[in-house]
Design a binder for this molecule. Structure first.
Ligand SMILES: Nc1ncnc2c1ncn2[C@@H]1O[C@H](COP(=O)(O)OP(=O)(O)O)[C@@H](O)[C@H]1O
Ligand SMILES: [Mg+2]
Length: 307
């Protein structure tokens, strides 16, 4: 058994990529007992910060853990060595922690974190290899290979690897997209966002995954139930991205903001405490996505362990 590799991606920023990454991680771990690895490819490090807190993010960096280390190994021509760079159980919901104590743990979440320095490391690599005559597309391919080699030995430990991606297409970002078999695309329901989502999808079809339509899972998020938003969502479903799988629409909610604001690295929360009324949405999101993986990708997804 090997993990399903999933990129959460949209070229537009602020559309809920990092939030959706975490909701999927929590939902799949909690409701499906899945073992989830979050890989943060975005130097903005939002999903890392949400999972680890700022203090934890800094600690991870000081301990030499994270994607930037893999990039340094690449830069130094060293074979990838991932084992020491992942933080196990980076965030564990209280119920999962109790399971662990009772030795019946049914899911966990680990993270390969990012750090703002990642972009600088990448720029150093770019400058050096381009001076040597390498083309950006070749660099992307080599990075993809390096990361694939790094992840291969640990892939069997996880059911799902969720790759959070930045809102641009640098070689590292493209490598992250190329690692994935399926793509979760969060979008807002407004004309600018849905058009951007369509552009991104076309670019993906041309450059990364010709069969994106069958591998794409769309999540309309931060939804305000207005006529305007309903019209945009309708247009997205019926014109721009018909034939795609749509997840549940996630409402705009302060609970989503609060859920991502972890008090402290040593503080744990229950699913109810973390998501409040939004946990039904988190459950539907993970349920629909687990179904998508099973139907479309033939993945052997874990069964529902809680309701
Ligand atoms: N369902 C939601 N309700 C309210 N705010 C949300 C929701 N989802 C995301 N947000 C907020 O919107 C902003 C952008 O979300 P984020 O996940 O960081 O997007 P991205 O990763 O695409 O840049 C963040 O401030 C986040 O907390
Ligand atoms: Mg983000």
């Amino acid at each position: 058994m090997s993990a399903s590799f999933v990129a959460v991606a949209n070229l537009k920023g602020g559309v809920g990529k990092s939030t959706t990454t975490l909701m999927l991680a929590d939902g799949l771990a909690y409701y499906f007992g899945a073992n989830v690895l979050v890989v943060d490819f975005d130097p903005q490090a939002n999903s890392s910060q949400m999972m680890l807190t700022e203090r934890g993010l800094q600690m991870a960096y000081e301990q030499g853990k994270g994607v930037h280390k893999l990039l340094q190994q690449f830069s130094a021509g060293l074979p990838p060595n991932l084992a020491d760079l992942i933080l196990p159980n980076a965030v564990t919901l209280e119920e999962l922690r109790k399971d662990e104590r009772n030795d019946r743990r049914s899911g966990w979440i680990s993270i390969l974190p990012s750090h703002p320095s990642l972009r600088f490391t990448e720029m150093d690599v770019e400058e050096r290899v381009y001076a040597g005559g390498m083309r950006p597309s070749e660099l992307s391919n080599r990075l993809r290979q390096h990361f694939a080699d790094a992840l291969a030995p640990v892939a069997s430990l996880y059911d799902v690897v969720l790759i959070d991606t930045p809102p641009y297409l640098s070689p590292l970002a493209r490598a992250g997209l190329m690692l994935a078999e399926t793509y979760v695309t969060p979008t807002l329901a407004d004309p600018v966002s849905i058009w951007g989502t369509k552009q991104f999808s076309d670019w993906m079809a041309e450059n990364i995954a010709a069969d994106i339509a069958v591998r794409n899972f769309i999540v309309v998020t931060r939804f305000k139930n207005t006529r305007y938003a309903r019209d945009a969502e309708h247009e997205l479903r019926t014109i721009y991205l018909k034939n795609r799988t749509f997840g549940p629409t996630i409402p705009e909610s302060v609970q989503a903001l609060q859920a991502m604001d972890r008090a402290d690295l040593d503080s744990y929360n229950t699913m109810r405490g973390k998501y409040g009324n939004l946990r039904g949405d988190v459950r539907r999101l993970s349920e629909r996505f687990a179904g998508f993986l099973a139907d479309r990708m033939g993945s052997d997804v874990p069964q529902l362990v809680r309701s």
